[in-house]
Ligand binder design. Sequence first.
Ligand SMILES: Cc1ncc(COP(=O)(O)O)c(C=O)c1O
Length: 376
Amino acid sequence: MKLFDVYPLFDIVPVSGNGCYITDDQGVEYLDLYGGHAVISVGHSHPEYVGKISDQLKRIGFYSNSVQNPLQEELALKLGELSGYPDYALFFCNSGAEANENALKLASFHTGKDRIVAFDKAFHGRTSAAVAVTDNPKIISPLNDSVKRTLLPLNDAEKLEAVLKQSDVAAVIVEGIQGVGGCIVPDPAFLQAASALCKQYGALLIVDEIQSGYGRSGKFFAHQYAAIRPDIISVAKGMGNGFPIGGILISPELKPWSGMLGTTFGGNYLACAAGIAVLDIMKKEHLVENALETGGYLFSKLSLIPQIKALRGKGLMIGIEFDFPVAQIRKQLLFDEKIFTGVTGSNVIRVLPPLTLTKAQCDVFVNALVKLLNKL
Ligand SMILES: Cc1ncc(COP(=O)(O)O)c(C=O)c1O
């Protein structure tokens, strides 16, 4: 059997990882500024993380959600405390798309309505409702097309109000920072207006923090820069540092009936062990603070490079836009400079490293980038 062709593959085979580095099967070490697509939060193979999952596996790896699981309680407690949402309820699932799928379903149940407002350049995943509210017609099949959605320009509160007035809107879904769209930070004033308008017109505000959350932006959630409290927050990626886990944080004002949402694997023992280790390490090593500090340092260094057309993002989620395609530079960064970066669209390099990144590692990247740009 051959593999389904999902993404174009780079010709490297990572076999081990350590902190901000991965090593391939030839023994070559790469500085990982991509984090496996914003997934690695506390660093590769962190000993405490490895220990916690291994110990759990030795005891029990899985049982279904029909029994008490104290690890779920512990994770919910710690997430509530670190995120600033101790009063919210946590529903577990296994991925980002699934988190949004459940968020959208819950919003529709709660409001009894069926239209979703999303924004230009949004990416919310590839399952049915999540893909329907994603701004990429290429990956929306006729089956997904039955979801009623309205796509609006980001940051346009007037247009949002005009649609909310139609009264069939169950939810507005917006990324804390648009990741796939190119690290586009929503205007805080717009998020505040969206939050107020949703309340006024009886729609729910869902903030997708799957990529921008878990400390990456320099706050636990990126929407906290706007000081809003969404009705539902979706999380995944950095939550498990590579172990598949996702979830939605649900406002105490929503009262989903028991059994409205369900899952076999969500919140399993290993995933929870991973999730708890991530939060413990984040707290102990002050990783949210490091994302702010080191991200700010990197941003200021990058802003001195004249060839860069635009710099966007917050903390350790940075989009570097050029007025030329970046595929070649990304390849050179990887194969010549041994630095792994992400891209989005054709012209934007995306930096999504582990939150343990140091300023010295930022310097290595900036110097390599300047060297390559000066050769163009
Ligand atoms: C903002 C956002 N939402 C949802 C998803 C989907 O997550 P997953 O691939 O885990 O389903 C992604 C993935 O890149 C994302 O960036």
